[in-house]
Structures are given as structure tokens and as C-alpha cells.
Design a protein. Structure first.
Length: 279
């Protein structure tokens, strides 16, 4: 209802103003509207009325589709925002800009120190919001307080404990490598465990142990060089390359070659310019 002004007339007692009943009715209507707005209709509220420009604290208020301008500040220790359904909270750049005094954004846990406590977490959704990945800290029982520094350089992807990744230009200092797989390229250092796969490159150091495990494997190549070669142990022996006479003669013979000739059943060596029997 619009405000109803009393008709006072042009001058006192000129008979042009509202009569007493009409004037009283306007007064009643105006007060009914006031009592309805800030009371029950028959009594005013006992609370303080919020004014447009006064600095006041609002309690238990619901702001429907509000437009909040300026700086939101103050100190609070117990207030909770249960639902934030606005389309976005953005700064001048279009990002959600936060500028705490310590420059630290802290997401608190639920306060439960037991194993069922829930840590503070940040969830990053995909573009369609159907999937998300959550960043969370170590549990309370780990007692960890540290800083994780993100890597420098160009844009890249973090490596996890369980993901399958290819590492480039990385230096592993005193690593322990377990499991199966392949080591390609140049490896400088000592291998103190067992190599169960194939070594297709050159081994320039010393191999102390059994090649091939309990079932000796074949060592192939054009030459095996060194100061000496020994076969030790009482459970095995060295077996020479077995060839027929035809196969022996097809070899590019060099002084010192030794074979077992299965045609003649002889161990033979190439001495000077001919093959000779060693027994």
C-alpha cells in the first residue's frame, strides 16, 4: 500500500480537509502497514530494525541471489557456509582471488584425531564435472608437516607411485631397482642382485657370480676377452663348441681356436696354419 497523507485543507477550518473518520482511517491504514512490515501486524518486533547504511550484524538471515560488492572482511571462528550456489565468485581477472594475510589457504580437517578422521581436501573436477581428483594430506597418525614444492620448467605432469610413466633426463642417486622390466641405455654402477633378463649391450666391468643362475646360459658374441677365464665348482664343466669337420673347415680360423670335432671325436686346436688334435 502507498503512504496515505491526511487532507489538511488549505487553511485552518476551511472545510476542505479530510473529516475525522477519513483521516483516522488513513492513520490506521498507515500504522497497520508499518506493524505488518516490522512486527506481527498487531505488535512491533522486539528486535533491532536493520537500516540501509548503518553498520549492523545480521543473524540467521537468508540472502537470496544477492549481489555482494566491495571487500568482505572480519574475523569469525564458528560460522559455516553449508551451501554456496552462486554461479561463481570472481575477481577482476575472472579468477577466484584469495589474499589471506599469511598467503596460505588452509582447508581444515574434521577435528577427529582417530583413524576415522577426515583430512582437509581439495577436489578438482573434469570439465564436465563427472569425474574428479582429490588432493589430500597424510593422516594425523603420520605426524607430517612439510612443504611440497611444485617442479620448475615447462608445463608437465606429476608422477605417482602407481602410474606408468617415462622419465626423461632424470638422475637416480643410489637407487634400489626391484621387479621386472628393462634398462636401456648406459648404466654406470654396480648391480649386486640377480639379472634375470638379457644383457644385450656391453658389460665393461667385472661379473662376480653365476651367469644364467643354476642353469648356465649361453654367452654369445665375437669374443670374450680378459686376463683369464675360469670355470669353478664341482658340479659342472666347460663344454667346447661342437662342430663337424665340414663345419670346422668353414670357420675363419685364427690361432688359438679350440673346438670339439664330432666327426673325429677329437678336441682340436688351430695352431699356426692347421688344426691339430689335442689328444
Amino acid at each position: 500500500m502507498a503512504y496515505q497523507a491526511l487532507g489538511l485543507g488549505s487553511t485552518a477550518n476551511d472545510g476542505t480537509g479530510d473529516d475525522l473518520r477519513t483521516g483516522g482511517d488513513k492513520i490506521n491504514d498507515n500504522f497497520v502497514e508499518i506493524y505488518t512490515k516490522i512486527g506481527t501486524g498487531s505488535a512491533l518486533t522486539a528486535d533491532t530494525v536493520a537500516l540501509l547504511t548503518a553498520a549492523q550484524t545480521l543473524t540467521n538471515k537468508i540472502l537470496t541471489a544477492p549481489s555482494i560488492n566491495g571487500v568482505v572482511g572480519g574475523t569469525t571462528t564458528s560460522q559455516t557456509i553449508t551451501t554456496l550456489t552462486a554461479g561463481s565468485i570472481t575477481g577482476a581477472s575472472g579468477n577466484f582471488d584469495i589474499n589471506p594475510a599469511t598467503q596460505i589457504l588452509e582447508i581444515q580437517g574434521d577435528g577427529d584425531a582417530s583413524s576415522s578422521g577426515v583430512e582437509g581436501q581439495i577436489r578438482l573436477n573434469c570439465s564436465n564435472n563427472n569425474h574428479g581428483q582429490t588432493i589430500k594430506p597424510q593422516p594425523h597418525s603420520a605426524g607430517v608437516t612439510n612443504t611440497m614444492l611444485l617442479p620448475a620448467g615447462a608445463s608437465s605432469t606429476l608422477v605417482s607411485l602407481v602410474s606408468t610413466d617415462t622419465l626423461t633426463n632424470k638422475t637416480l642417486t643410489s637407487p634400489t631397482i626391484t621387479g621386472t622390466g628393462a634398462i636401456a641405455g648406459t648404466f654406470t654402477g654396480n648391480i649386486t642382485g640377480n639379472v634375470l633378463g638379457n644383457v644385450t649391450g656391453n658389460v665393461t666391468g667385472t661379473v662376480d657370480g653365476i651367469v644364467g643362475g643354476t642353469t648356465p646360459a649361453a654367452v654369445t658374441g665375437t669374443a670374450i676377452s680378459g686376463t683369464s677365464m675360469a670355470v669353478t665348482g664341482t658340479a659342472g664343466a666347460m663344454t667346447l663348441n661342437t662342430v663337424t669337420t665340414t663345419q670346422r673347415n668353414a670357420l675363419t680360423a685364427a690361432v688359438g681356436m679350440i673346438v670339439y670335432n664330432s666327426t673325429d671325436s677329437k678336441i682340436q686346436a688351430y695352431a699356426g696354419s692347421a688344426w691339430v688334435d689335442l689328444h
